[in-house]
Design a protein around this ligand. Structure first.
Ligand SMILES: [Zn+2]
Length: 392
């Protein structure tokens, strides 16, 4: 058992020139010999690009940098292809897609973190325990951030259970009545008007929830007082960059670690907006990667489902989205958008999405796997075992 450092010391002691390889930092044999039990993660951040499939990630690099593979996430060392289908169809929506990732159990489209025995809009299924609930149960701090409505399917799948993703009036209040721990600690999203309307229709309101749980629901990040350790913001829009940095200021104080989910919409029905979202998300991820300690923090990037966008033309040095402005100005008809170099079929698609990871436990992300495997990756990174009867 000799690591590189002690080998160097020994060489110096013996007056010998160390004959270490110049390029390879660590030989495979050395890795095997010196590898202790796999490192555990204290913190996990799950970055979710909604509809950010392989073709969208590729096109975002072309739009942002004029070349393929220039995004930060495309430099991460561990990559797998995650299969997203629900139990009964080939193509996933956000509800099944995210529920599968955070509970390890595939379900049906439209269903929020309930088992496949749910019938959308008609019958509840068994609630399936989410990574956020496991983290809350074990005393970690938790956060959920999204560019979308705070009650939309992707964020909802982390903190709520419902047989119908559209029931925002009963989904959002579940953030305040958790099954484990004290519920989501930091909750930042959009959809103020729409969620507010549905709350009223369900017989409650932002004010009523705030008062009964003694927890203000602000409408902008700026309104949150510096001493609020469990802030909730539901705005008209959400600046996810500012929100993520603010959340980390709070979550990083947790002695037991944290679980943070950050969703950024990457639907490319509007190709420029969608691809620019991915470029901006990637810049945020790079910033977070520089900030955290990758020895104890696992970063995972994936998508809930893919999307029908393809780059099928174009040349280096010329704009990727030639014809976009004319398309934007024209009346919209049909689901197919034919730009010069890009074809958009405005639909979710069934092929696998990228899963990328860096940090402790990231090495398990490789090959083709069902999206439910990402639940296992994150649980194993923490060193946790799923409750009996809830695993697959
Ligand atoms: Zn989605």
């Amino acid at each position: 058992m000799m690591n590189k450092k002690s080998f160097l010391s020994l060489c110096l002691l013996m007056g010998a020139a160390p004959a270490l390889p110049v390029v390879a930092q660590t030989s495979p044999a050395e890795t095997t010999r010196s590898a202790p039990s796999p490192a555990k993660a204290k913190n996990i951040i799950l970055f979710l690009a909604d509809a950010g499939g392989v073709p969208v990630i590729h096109a975002a690099s072309l739009l942002g940098y004029g070349e393929p593979q220039k995004l930060r996430i495309q430099q991460w060392p561990h990559l797998g292809l995650s299969e997203t289908s629900p139990v009964d169809e080939f193509v996933s929506d956000s509800a099944n897609g995210m529920s599968s990732i955070v509970t390890g159990i595939k379900t049906r489209n439209g269903v929020i973190s309930q088992g496949p025995n749910a019938a959308r809009g008609r019958q509840d299924g068994r609630p399936t325990k989410t990574l956020l609930e496991y983290a809350e149960e074990r005393g970690l701090l938790t956060g959920v951030i999204t560019t979308q409505s705070i009650a939309d399917a992707t964020p909802a799948a982390t903190y709520a259970h419902s047989n119908d993703r559209k029931t925002w009036g009963t989904i959002f209040p579940q953030a305040f009545t958790p099954r484990f721990g004290d519920g989501v600690d930091v909750l930042f999203g959009a959809g103020r008007a729409e969620v507010g309307e549905q709350l009223v229709a369900a017989g409650t309101s932002f004010d009523k929830i705030s008062q009964s749980h003694k927890r203000p629901i602000y409408s902008t990040l700026d309104q949150v007082p510096a001493n609020n350790a469990r802030p909730v913001v539901v705005g008209d829009r959400m600046d996810v960059h500012a929100a993520t940095l603010k959340a980390l200021d709070i979550l990083e104080r947790s002695p037991k670690g944290y679980f943070l989910v950050v969703e950024w919409d990457a639907h490319t029905d509007d190709s420029r907006e969608g691809l620019q979202n991915v470029v901006d998300f990637d810049k945020l991820i790079a910033e977070v990667e520089r900030r955290v300690d990758l020895k104890d923090t696992l970063l995972v990037f994936t998508a809930d489902h893919s999307f029908g966008l393809q780059v099928d033309g174009g040349r280096r040095g010329e704009p990727l989205l030639e014809g976009y402005d004319a398309w934007k100005a024209a009346p919209k008809e049909g689901a197919i958008v034919r730009l010069k170099n890009v074809l958009v079929n405005d639909s979710h698609t069934g092929e696998e999405v990228p899963a990328l990871a860096i940090g402790p436990g990231a090495e398990r992300v490789r090959g083709y796997f069902p999206n439910t495997y990402l639940f296992d990756v994150m649980m194993q990174a923490w060193g946790w075992v799923a409750d009996t009867g809830t695993s697959k």
